[in-house]
Design a protein around this ligand. Structure first.
Ligand SMILES: [Zn+2]
Length: 423
């Protein structure tokens, strides 16, 4: 007797299996025959995946698009300026309300673990307080990890250092930074060093916005890799964006990638945002600006796609769909072979779970009973269709259902419905 059985679904590796759930854990996987359950979900012919994971988001800014005005130039720097204006006028309740609404969207998309940066350049720490409340409120269905993010520069902003440390004392999970935004390269290097030391002292993970620029000389990832080694933080540090690597000299990159691999740094490119913001100042040829994803994967570096923004000062679109994110990444990085497309699916599930250090993630006995049933036959089809999330289970509870989006056709001599599935 199980509480819930997900019956006959196809797992990402192609095996067909029933999944038996007891409480908030997966209790059995395989052929469960006529086993009884409180509820049975028929997933035959559909893909059953572990939940989607977003390792890079800004939940304090999400759904604020147009407040107090729209980003006219579309650049990163105007976005930062605009966020500075919004921070002065927003209230804690508004931030909480927007974040909870976004978490509803995320749950409906099977996105059940999110790492969100939270701005610590605010003497009131209003966003920090708001997202700490949200983290508590959503914990039964979304694992929300918070990163203390000195958006205006750890040294560049006069009170950022003090406020970032305060945020960590309040219970923010991860140490962030933005070295390329400090006043000088030297300040950037020093900020990486001090922030990594703070993380090592407190036993925390690190996730820096690192080299989010088209400047090939922005090389803070080198310092981040070096400090990770020096402080013994291997496997617990992430470099977000790393876009400068797109424009770097190839010889230098041939030295850099082994350093990143050796330090076991997790890489988080954010393809929707990178393709929108990078290369903005170029004429033609216009750089794509995405970091070297295939090359890092080939070196054995853990790389996962992040979303970064939904309807905020930096990005005017987005839905919380990690398949959209992977779909864009697949195109921009030209990862179009079957094996590469398959990897793109792992990059919004398994790889991101590894970056966040999630415990109990995955479809195996003893893991958290969190999964998604998709209207697709396999992971590549899920990407192609940005497939409907038919059913989302979070820690043993069904939290969302969406009807299959079959079209009714009225075309003579053709079938009555169309599903757009293939094979
Ligand atoms: Zn970001």
């Amino acid at each position: 007797m199980f509480d819930l059985i997900v019956k006959g679904g196809t797992l990402p590796d192609g095996t067909v299996a029933d999944i038996g759930i007891q409480g908030d854990k997966i209790a059995a996987i395989g052929s469960l025959g006529d086993a009884v359950a409180g509820e049975i979900i028929d997933a035959s012919g559909d893909l059953v995946s572990p939940p989607f994971v977003d390792p890079h988001f800004h939940m304090d800014a999400t759904l604020s698009y147009g407040l107090p005005r729209i980003n006219a130039s579309g650049t990163l720097l105007e976005g930062i300026g605009l966020w500075g204006e919004l921070k002065q006028v927003m209230t804690q309740d508004e931030v909480i309300e927007r974040a909870l609404k976004y978490c509803d969207w995320a749950a409906s998309m099977g996105l059940l673990a999110i790492r969100s940066h939270v701005d610590t350049c605010d003497d009131r720490l209003l966003g920090v307080e708001a997202l700490l409340q949200v983290r508590e409120q959503v914990k039964d269905y979304i694992d929300l990890q918070l990163v203390a993010f000195p958006q205006d520069g750890f040294y560049r902003d006069p009170t950022a250092r003090e406020n970032t440390i305060r945020a960590l004392d309040m219970g923010v999970d991860v140490v962030g930074g933005i070295p390329h935004f400090e006043r000088t390269m030297a300040d950037g290097v020093a900020s990486v060093t001090e922030l990594c030391e703070i993380a090592a002292e407190r036993g925390l993970q690190v996730d820096m916005h690192c080299d989010e620029t088209d400047d090939p000389h922005s090389r803070h990832i080198e310092t981040l890799a070096c400090e990770t080694q020096r402080l013994g933080l291997q496997g617990r540090v992430a470099g977000s964006h790393l876009t400068s690597m797109h424009s770097m000299d190839n010889y230098y990159v041939s030295k850099l990638l082994p350093l990143i691999a050796e330090a076991e740094i997790n890489a988080i490119p954010n393809p929707l945002i990178n393709i929108v913001l990078q290369g903005r100042h170029d004429t033609y040829p216009k750089r794509r600006g995405l970091t070297r994803v295939k090359e890092m994967l080939a070196m054995g570096i853990n790389v996962g796609w992040g979303q970064d923004c939904v309807l905020d000062p930096w990005y005017s679109l987005g839905t919380g769909d990690m398949l959209d994110v992977a779909f864009m990444g697949l195109h921009v990085a030209q990862m179009t072979s079957p094996a590469e497309m398959r990897t793109c699916f792992d990059m919004v599930t398994e790889n991101n779970a590894k970056t966040m250090g999630l415990e109990g993630y995955g479809l195996q006995v003893g893991a958290n009973a969190s999964l998604v049933v998709l209207d697709a036959g396999d992971p590549i089809e899920a990407l192609r269709l940005r497939a409907t999330r038919l059913c989302v289970v979070a820690k043993g509870r069904i939290v969302s259902r969406t009807p299959r989006a079959d079209a009714s056709l009225s075309i003579s001599g053709r079938p009555a419905t169309s599903r757009r599935r293939h094979g």
